[in-house]
Write a protein that binds this ligand. Structure first.
Ligand SMILES: Cc1ncc(COP(=O)(O)O)c(C=O)c1O
Length: 422
């Protein structure tokens, strides 16, 4: 088997930057990305035979841990029946029925292939249903690589927006209004400035892609009220928080009901799935009934449907208690280690957490982008490398959160303690 550096050098020739998603690239780090050969429970194993405790967990979908045996069994059965039909099949109905029975705030669901696709559809649906173009997005919330979501606040006049990626047309950025999380005054003003033009507010109700920026319930309640008052829709992007903070995500946890919800990650149990869900009258705007077009060759892929269903069926009240308990023990260990390591080299770090998500960050009380330290990456990179050498794999980027899973149990936590203090 080739070494990781041989594989990375091959990869950079074959693939731009050597990766299929930029966050995997180990950019700015003094080591090559690890090439993972296999995974099991809370561990990943690289091609050179090293094991790591995994806190990236495929960026969130693997709530049960890697390669759960019950999911594997269902997938094997599904595989034996064929893996794509491009036609109606019963498996997506099983998943839809199960989901809708446990998500009382939505009536219908449509499956797509990724969180990005779900967001793209949700935005088109909101625009089609309201016949308006503008959407409010918050600085610090990530919604996938949809053109209209790759927008940042403009450097010119207040309220202007510009693309945060090359290739996004200027016309697209004009319809995305960027505001700061928690900025109630700014949002109120924005609705006045663009009266009758705003189709929706889209928000991660638990922003977890640019650090973990936990929001007050009051702010989310305000978003619900202001959208209602202005006949706009509220989109909760629960691609990360859905099925993680509770089965019904932040919607269930806060009791604040959005008009449209997007899901991804856990809903496919580690296979490529995303979904859009809403009340019946909104969902009826989608083709083939309504005029909002959306389609997909591999949508509701039978393997993904079966993997998703088995994963979700294993999540009950006790699972969430265990997940939160595991994660809180992990957070406690990291906090202790950060204080003690190398005479306090990382003592200015804190570990912010919510349910089974945590963020190791140099700073405290961070709930919006302006409070994130400017030198976060320079500070994070050495920490990441030290942990990697101890066999502990965080997401390789200062802004990414860590994920607990049901496989991060007491035995694993004992191993974490051993590795941290090794
Ligand atoms: C909140 C949120 N929305 C959308 C996406 C995009 O999902 P995907 O990477 O499956 O396209 C992500 C991915 O991290 C996400 O966390």
């Amino acid at each position: 088997m080739s070494t990781q550096s041989e594989l990375f050098s091959k990869s950079t020739k074959l693939v731009p930057g050597g990766v299929h998603s930029p966050v995997r690239s180990f950019k700015g780090l003094h080591t090559t990305p690890r090439f993972i050969e296999r995974a099991d429970g809370a561990y990943i194993y690289d091609v050179e035979g090293n094991s790591y405790i995994d806190f990236c967990m495929s960026f969130g979908p693997l709530i049960l841990g890697h390669k759960n045996s019950l999911v594997e069994e269902e997938l094997k059965k599904a595989l034996s029946r064929g893996w794509s039909y491009g036609a109606c099949e019963p498996y997506s109905l099983d998943l839809a029925e199960y989901l809708l029975s446990r998500l009382p705030f939505v009536d219908q669901i449509r499956f797509v292939n990724s969180g990005t696709e779900a967001v793209m559809t949700a935005l088109r649906l909101a625009r089609g249903a309201t016949k308006r173009n503008k959407v409010i997005k918050f600085n610090g919330c990530y919604h996938g690589h949809v053109d209209s979501m790759l927008i940042k606040a403009g450097s010119g006049l207040a309220g202007t927006s510009e693309a945060s990626s090359a290739g996004v047309p200027e016309g697209t950025s004009q319809d995305t209004l960027i505001l700061e999380l928690g900025d109630i005054e700014g949002i109120t003003q924005c609705f006045k400035d663009h009266a009758g033009e705003i189709a929706a507010i889209i928000v991660e109700p638990l922003p977890a892609n640019n650090g973990l920026l936990v929001q007050d319930k009051e702010f989310l309640t305000f978003l619900r009220e202001v959208t209602k008052e202005n006949d706009s829709l509220l989109i909760f992007d629960e691609v990360i928080s859905g099925f993680r903070v509770a089965f019904g995500g932040m919607t269930e946890l806060t009791g604040i009901i959005p008009d449209i919800v997007t899901y991804g990650k856990i809903i496919g149990g580690g296979l490529p799935v995303g979904a859009i869900a809403a009340k019946f009258d909104i969902m009826q705007n989608l083709a083939p009934i309504g005029g909002v077009y959306q389609a997909g060759t591999l949508s509701a892929n039978p393997l993904a449907m079966v993997g998703g269903l088995k994963t979700l069926e294993l999540l009950d009240k006790k699972s969430y208690e265990a997940l939160n308990e595991n994660t809180s023990k992990i957070v406690t260990l990291f906090k202790k280690w950060l204080k003690e390591f190398n005479d306090g080299q990382f003592s200015d770090y804190s570990v912010l957490s919510h349910s089974s998500l945590f963020w190791i960050v140099p700073g405290e009380e961070i709930n919006c982008v302006n409070k994130i330290p400017a030198d976060i990456t320079e500070k994070f990179n050495p920490l990441f490398e030290i942990l990697l050498n101890k066999g502990i794999y965080l997401s390789p980027n200062a802004y990414e959160v860590g994920f607990g899973s049901l496989a991060h149990d007491d035995k694993l936590i004992a191993d974490l303690e051993k590795r941290l203090w090794s």
